[in-house]
Design a binder for this molecule. Structure first.
Ligand SMILES: Nc1ncnc2c1ncn2[C@@H]1O[C@H](COP(=O)(O)OP(=O)(O)OP(=O)(O)O)[C@@H](O)[C@H]1O
Length: 281
């Protein structure tokens, strides 16, 4: 069967003052429509580079990306990107930030009333309808990130690309956002590629976890299927043997097979080897 999104034989070589640097080598991945894929790997392995190539923000040195039989050559509204730090315009309200995106995509096909309803619908999806007339400096980090997601979803993208979307949030807000994202995904069935450094987040949200080897010349090391039933509940899953086995497989890949004693937050590890082994066990 033909896949919806195909990352095909991608190599990425950056020209640097010290000479060419091969960041990615032979990255191949086929993604089905509606699939939720997490990309995980140690800091600097090339996750953002892969995402930026799919977004059309970077051009691969070799190979390419095909979505719905069309090669990606430039960015486009059918591939919305959500970054770690919200990129809202500070002088516009939440509503107006979403409006900009909606008008860009739907100015020819939706009436003024339809545009208003659509903006409100998307802000409601992320539970931000109560604060839609506030500006970014009047709302919390989690709320800003919600608006960023609403803005991305409002473009009705075929593919949602997320680069550590919850990385800057505290643990509780992050858990709320993950639950919201699962609800939204259940309703909209978007195809999602999300970069994360958080193994639990990857297992909770994904259909497949794509694990990358360390660079240079990083590639896909292993792919872990996550066939846990949906809707998923984080509390129930913590005692689920299948959940724990998947989690352990990913940790083993990161800390034993791709050995590099750093936390997956990119900082020097605060765990010693015994603690890492305990996490894996
Ligand atoms: N424009 C560039 N020029 C030169 N080297 C680059 C460029 N962009 C990325 N790199 C290098 O390519 C490698 C992959 O970078 P990338 O940002 O994709 O990694 P990452 O896995 O997303 O990292 P992190 O998890 O820390 O965000 C790194 O070694 C990085 O230094």
């Amino acid at each position: 069967m033909k896949s919806f999104l195909e990352i095909s034989h991608i190599d990425m070589v950056f020209e640097t003052p010290k000479g060419p640097f091969t960041a990615l080598k032979s990255v191949d991945l086929k993604i089905n429509k509606g699939e939720f894929i997490s990309l995980i790997g140690h800091s600097g392995c090339g996750k953002s580079t892969v995402l930026n190539i799919v977004a059309g923000l970077l051009k691969a040195t070799m190979g390419g990306v095909i979505i719905n039989d069309k090669e990606v050559t430039t960015p486009g509204p059918e591939r919305a990107v959500v970054f770690q730090n919200h990129s809202l315009l500070p002088w516009l309200t939440a509503y107006q930030n979403v409006e900009l995106a909606v008008k860009q995509v739907f100015h020819k096909t939706k009436s003024k009333a339809e545009i208003r309803d659509w903006i409100e619908h998307n802000l409601k999806l992320v539970h931000m309808d109560h604060a839609m007339h506030k500006r970014p400096d009047e709302i919390s980090g989690g709320m800003k990130q919600r608006v960023g997601i609403a803005r991305a979803l409002s473009m009705q993208p075929e593919v949602l690309l997320m680069d550590e979307p919850f990385g800057a949030l505290d643990a509780l807000t992050r858990a709320h956002m993950q639950d919201s994202l699962m609800e939204i995904q259940d309703e909209l069935k978007n195809t999602v590629i999300m970069i994360t450094h958080d193994v639990d987040e990857a297992v909770l949200l994904s259909d497949r976890i794509v694990m990358m080897t360390n660079g240079p010349a990083a590639t896909i090391g292993e792919i872990q299927e996550v066939n846990l039933a949906r809707p998923r509940n984080r509390v129930a899953l913590s005692n689920d043997p299948e959940y724990n086995e998947i989690r352990s497989n990913v940790l083993t890949f990161l800390y034993e097979k791709q050995r590099k004693i750093e936390t997956i937050t990119g900082k020097q590890s605060t765990l010693d080897e015994t603690e890492i082994k305990e996490q894996i066990a």
